[in-house]
Design a protein around this ligand. Structure first.
Ligand SMILES: Nc1nc2c(ncn2[C@@H]2O[C@H](COP(=O)(O)OP(=O)(O)OP(=O)(O)O)[C@@H](O)[C@H]2O)c(=O)[nH]1
Ligand SMILES: [Mg+2]
Ligand SMILES: [Zn+2]
Length: 352
């Protein structure tokens, strides 16, 4: 029996993408969704099923944000060659780890972000706040998924702490190994909707993908006994079509999510601090001991949660550093470009 291919709407296609195509493009091109990416090799899925293709050479000179990432939609020509990348409905990016100041794309066209954390030493409110800022900045609904509830007596304490992070925040506690987990997560995993899983290594992201797929599509790895840390089992991002509808994006566990430009996300998440900050004497107040700092006064009066304030200041400082390093990098790239041109010019002169 021939394999039944998913329809475009089942793959997440909708009006937002459709309206970006001209009539001619609609007749002559094929949209495919990026399911996985290995350097410049793309694993895409469209109405005709799975297909692999390489990115055109010329694209390799594009800026990072213009290159496809997992979840993106590409238009292919008759020969299965990519013509262009469609505008995204949402985009997650971060600063790449390492000393090189580089923005890295994590996922595109995501409807819901499952922030996965487990009911053990891995649980950290400040870490959750990083992911929440990422989701809010991208305009994507965050859901906190607390895993490994089967290993403790009650998850209530963890839930209560997470609940205090943001009013109305959706929180679910699950045993990721239990197939029934689909009943709990179904509201977000519906036909055509894409959910991305993020969180530290070992929290159970791939276990969830397997439970929701009713199959061992992803490899899972044991965590260390002493500190519940995972072993970075998943090494690449990949999209999975669920049998009951919906798409799940699995990703490698992160040591720490370094935010890139996420100012709005941070401002939305820490609204209570931003509100106080509006009364600081100087509007560029950094709340680090300046005169007339309303945040310092509120902290002094115990009106702000000290942990939240510390994390807010840390994330703000991180953003500033990211901005500076990116500006610096652009400046360096520019002067490097100029130098290459000068050297090439000299070489041409010498030849002539
Ligand atoms: N008891 C129990 N074990 C779980 C649960 N979720 C995950 N595990 C176990 O935790 C370990 C790590 O699970 P993975 O799914 O590989 O974790 P991951 O988040 O994908 O980790 P990386 O791929 O390294 O980022 C495995 O041994 C799972 O069986 C849960 O809810 N309950
Ligand atoms: Mg994994
Ligand atoms: Zn201030």
């Amino acid at each position: 029996m021939p394999e039944k291919h998913p329809s475009l709407p089942e793959l997440g296609w909708g009006h937002f993408f459709q309206q970006q195509l001209s009539l001619e493009e609609w007749e002559t091109t094929t949209p495919v969704r990026v399911f996985a990416l290995n350097r410049h090799l793309v694993d895409g899925v469209g109405e005709h099923g799975r297909q692999q293709f390489a990115l055109p050479h010329a694209w390799l000179r594009y800026a990072v944000a213009e290159l496809p990432t997992v979840g993106d939609w590409l238009l292919l020509d008759d020969d299965g060659q990519p013509l262009r990348l469609l505008q995204r409905s949402s985009l997650f990016k971060r600063m790449a780890s390492g000393r090189d100041a580089r923005v890295q794309l994590m996922a595109a066209n995501i409807d819901t972000l499952f922030i996965v954390t487990s009911c053990n030493q891995e649980f950290s409110l400040s870490r959750l706040e990083r992911y929440l800022a990422l989701a809010l900045d991208a305009g994507v609904e965050p859901v906190i998924i607390l895993t490994k509830v089967d290993l403790i007596e009650s998850a209530e304490e963890f839930c209560a702490q997470a609940r205090a992070l943001r009013p109305g925040l959706a929180i679910e506690s699950v045993n990721a190994k239990n197939a029934c987990v689909i009943n709990i997560l179904r509201p977000w995993c519906t036909a055509g909707k894409t959910v991305a899983l993020v969180g530290s290594s070992g929290v159970g992201k791939s276990t969830l993908v397997n439970a929701l797929s009713s199959a061992a599509v992803q490899v899972v790895g044991a965590t260390r006994e002493k500190d519940a840390k995972g072993r970075h089992t998943t090494t690449a991002r990949s999209l999975h079509l669920l049998p009951g509808g919906g798409l799940l994006l699995d990703s490698p566990g992160m040591r720490e999510l370094q935010l890139s430009d996420c100012e709005e996300g941070v401002a939305t998440l820490f609204e209570e601090i931003e509100t106080v900050a509006r009364s600081c004497r100087f509007n560029d107040c950094r709340h680090l001991g300046e005169v007339g700092c309303a945040v310092a006064v509120a902290a002094e009066r115990d009106e702000l949660d000290p942990r939240r304030l510390a994390n807010y200041l840390k994330l703000k400082a991180e953003q500033e550093r990211a901005d500076e390093t990116l500006v610096e990098k652009r400046r360096k790239d520019k002067s490097l470009g100029k130098m290459y041109k000068r050297v090439q010019g000299q070489m041409r002169q010498e030849k002539e």
